[in-house]
Design a binder for this molecule. Structure first.
Ligand SMILES: [Zn+2]
Length: 441
């Protein structure tokens, strides 16, 4: 099945994109400097600190470290804006070399050799030029925002131009691709850029936009970059998938098993987007799946009744909260409804103490194959065979397909399509139907 794709922006989406750019600039324009309210730090001449990308390129704020311990930062040179709890600039000072950051009762303390110690609730480090910084031996581009989180933690947030961020995302998210698969890097760049931009509006009143983990997109800073992926980021500079005037929430996962998932099936509790419906990942309904080369395309897991009981004894309360009383045996387990993709919409687990329903992608967190803390089930695209006896489940066998939630782009499928010669535009049109590509910066 081939979808027509509008690569050139129509007027409406172009207008929407321009509005989006204006909004982004408004979000990221720096607050006017202000003093007072907090003990003064060493004062420098009044020069406004421009965060990276405060021109026309969007900037993202990525949580890269959260710890209760002291943090080591290395920086060739830079300036720090000390800020109050509500974000007002209360002082500025210069830094270079090795910095030690620790907690105080009410904020942060920054020490550097032969220089005064500085304390403030929030510190924003702007490295000189493009020098970046190193935190706990991992180098990053862009700037660094440091803040307290709750009573015990320090959060380190990388404030970085979106394309520099994407360079540290691509290799971790789609791997190191072979020659002939280059279009898949472009696809991943556009999908990751769209996803990141779609978070900005939603998170604008929070301290960061994304985490550097699978919760959002895996991001490893400069260590995570490779030359070819970086080139794909540059070649697709500013290009974003847009629907209804907004950057798309471009979810993706490793392998869909031959059919992507409708977002309403995977995450019935999340927002629905019309371009995230399930589709066959192949040439036509009967064709060979684009992702069939994945080692996760088909798989099988077997649990004994006692293993299942032991694992779900921990995972059910973890996922469903206080509604799950401790139980001794599992009397029955079954799938309650399948989506057209073949994914289980929900499962029902009957214990000697009650019946529990687990919906959508949460099933994967409950039915862990090895242990209650081990890897999650690869996908909800499965069939389940249950052996029962003596009023309890004796064994279950799951035959499944794919790896990941299956919503949006199938990454192995995108690589498969690239290998077959499809362009990035065509691949994106396949996984995010009805979406326009627009260059917004
Ligand atoms: Zn697939």
């Amino acid at each position: 099945m081939k979808t027509t794709f509008r690569y050139l922006p129509d007027n409406r989406s172009l207008t929407a994109a321009l509005i989006a750019v204006v909004l982004l600039l408004m979000v990221f324009s720096c607050a006017a400097p202000d003093r007072g309210g907090y003990p003064p730090v060493e004062t420098l001449p009044e020069t406004e600190i421009d965060l990276p990308g405060s021109g026309d390129v969007p900037v993202v704020r990525v949580l890269i470290l959260e710890t209760g311990d002291r943090i080591r930062i290395d920086i060739p040179g830079g300036q720090v804006a000390a800020k109050s709890e509500d974000g007002r600039t209360i002082g500025r000072f210069e830094v270079s070399g090795t910095l030690a950051l620790s907690k105080t009762k009410n904020g942060l303390r920054l020490k550097q050799r032969n220089r005064p110690v500085h304390e403030a609730p929030i510190m924003e480090i702007r490295p000189t030029g493009n020098s970046g910084f190193t935190i706990e031996e991992t180098p990053y581009r862009g700037g660094l925002l440091l803040r307290r989180h709750g009573g015990k933690k320090i959060q380190a947030i990388n404030v970085i131009e979106i394309d520099d961020y994407l360079k540290g995302v691509l290799p971790s998210e789609i791997g190191y691709l072979k020659e002939g698969q280059y279009e898949a890097y472009k696809v991943q760049a556009i999908a990751s850029r769209s996803y990141a931009l779609s978070k900005l509006e939603e998170k604008k009143n929070e301290p960061f936009d994304m985490r550097a983990t699978i919760m959002d997109q895996v991001y490893k800073g400069i260590k995570g970059e490779n030359r070819v992926a970086s080139e794909a980021v540059e070649k697709t500079r500013g290009i974003v998938g847009v629907w209804g005037g907004e950057p798309i929430r471009a979810y993706y996962s490793a392998c869909c098993g031959g059919h992507t998932s409708d977002v309403r099936v995977g995450w019935p509790w999340k927002a629905h987007y019309p371009y995230l419906y399930g589709r066959r990942d192949a040439h036509g309904e009967a064709g060979k799946s684009f992702c069939s080369s994945s080692r996760h395309f088909r798989w099988e897991v077997v649990w004994s009744g006692s293993d299942l009981s032991r694992i779900t004894g921990k995972t059910l309360p973890a996922e469903l909260g206080g509604r799950v009383p401790p139980f001794n045996v599992i009397r029955d387990i079954k799938v309650v409804g399948y989506a057209p993709s073949g994914r289980a919409r929900a499962i029902e687990i009957v214990t000697d103490k009650g019946t529990h329903r687990v919906e959508g992608d949460r099933i994967r967190w409950v039915l862990r194959p090895d242990s209650s803390r081990g890897p999650i089930l690869r996908s909800t695209l499965f069939k389940m065979e249950v052996s029962r006896g003596g009023g309890r489940v004796k064994q279950i066998r799951i035959k499944g397909g794919g790896n990941g939630h299956g919503v949006g782009m199938c990454q192995t499928g995108a690589i498969g399509m690239a290998t077959e010669g499809f362009s990035a535009e065509r691949i994106l049109a396949h996984y995010y139907p009805g979406v326009s590509l627009v260059r917004i910066y």
